[in-house]
Design a protein around this ligand. Sequence first.
Ligand code: PLP
Length: 563
Amino acid sequence: MFAPEKISTVQKQAHRNCLTNTGQCCELRQAKRLLDTPVARTTSTTHISILLTHHRDASIRTQLPGGNRRIFASTNLTCNPKTGNLATPRRLLLSFNSRVGVKYPSSVILAPSRASAFSRLNLFSKHFDPKPFLELNTPFSTERSAHLEDEDGNVIKKKKRDSDIKKQVKEAEQSTSTTMSSQPQHPALLIPGPIEFDDAVLQSMGHFSESHVGMPFVNVFGDTLTQLRKLFQTSDPASQPFVISGSGTLGWDQVAANLAEPGDEVLVLHTGYFADSFADCFETYGAKATQLKAPIGDRPQLDEVEKALKEKKYKIITVTHVDTSTGVLSEIKALSELVHRVSPETLVVVDGVCSVGSEEIRFDDWKLDVVLTASQKGVGCPAGLSILMVSGRAIETFKARKTRPTSYFGSWKNWLPIMQNYEAKKPSYFATPSPQLVRALNTSLTQILSRPLEDRFADHRAASQRVKKAVADIGLKQLATKPENQANGMTAIYLPEGITPPDVLPSLVKKGVIFAGGLHKEIATKYIRFGHMGVSVTDPDRKDVESAIESLKESLTEVGYKA
Ligand SMILES: Cc1ncc(COP(=O)(O)O)c(C=O)c1O
């Protein structure tokens, strides 16, 4: 732990002078004064900058009613962890909505200590913080800049400078890429979503502007909903597809707002980061979420689920089919059978954001109540659509609500008739859909359904096996320990001891491959994620997966790893 006293003598003296003369630190007063200026009160967005000379970490927060904190800005200042000297004085740049500042009292926190990498990451990213700041969630930036530290907070390996990384990325854009037909050359996006697009999908986004209630678009939307029934393998007329502008997260909101009522009990099976967020979403709507957790890389076992279901009555059970933070695959069929046997009234909700399109899902056969997904992963479409399949039983549960859904945009009261009308090819309006995105989805679904789904899943399984074998041959381990726990559309790979994502990701970009860094808060700096979904595995002309494996080997060799 790095102690506040270790600030250099000059800085410590400056800090002390402030406190002796005024009882309050000048940097703190400056920040508070700027926050209270008339400018801050009259404009909607305010930018202020504070020169920090004797504080290293700083943030400005507002205490909201109910004790929630809202963070406006924060900075981490570089200092020598041994001496505590600041490298240079830093500016804290704030940009915030001043209306919030007017409404609630603000507090300026100039934190003197720099405990560990994680405490600093907490300022940026809600999933590194046990008390999340919902406004800021930028895991990508933390993945890219993560580095190893010893117990005293000393940096173990020298981090590459940002300018080096930018240079490498530029070189990559200019010189390397897989062959991507009519698309400009670019590194292959092999993160677990968004994924690479097929040309035809991309071209659908270029459709001229059209009315969202004109028949050409209504027909396409109607077809798209019908196609989704095939993708989810449901022929039950009572089940209902939804396609709403938004991302995968809107699926959580739809489930929590429409199926849970305040006080309802929900059992959330945890295989990584996304279960924490889904549970948080339920609590936002007043439901009580209980998480059943497994060790990292594993999934809750069926006997544990059975025990939990027997101990308490749950209205909903949720399971993340593939948790994108760990690459852990859950077994949905057996789980659903168990739930129907032990607690038949419990609704079975599957987060399929990282599985629909790459893992088999049989909505009717497996008696599922909701499968929620998004457009940007196995479905092979640009991000921007929340896609759900909802059972007749779930729709009845929604209709029997005692309370009104506390989401307006996400309420099925508003969307259900619209989806039914569109599928019946009748123009209808609640909120404007995106014709271009729906057209892209239609194209992608047409391609997916042009061959048997079994073949598509077999392609994903085969590519996944190639990746997993290569990982083992290189001498690396996966987060998901057992073969039956391993997703077919992605692989989460532990890096060799002492190597962090920033050591290899930029070099991979240079070779034409983009992987993602770690996302699970406890081990984020120790692993990388390789997405192998959609055209990267189904298009035989693309060699994305093979090139990525080779590039990974080369990048590891460059940083001194010997298999
Ligand atoms: C399993 C899972 N659930 C939910 C989400 C949230 O989706 P989105 O980022 O599209 O809002 C993601 C995103 O990656 C995910 O992987």
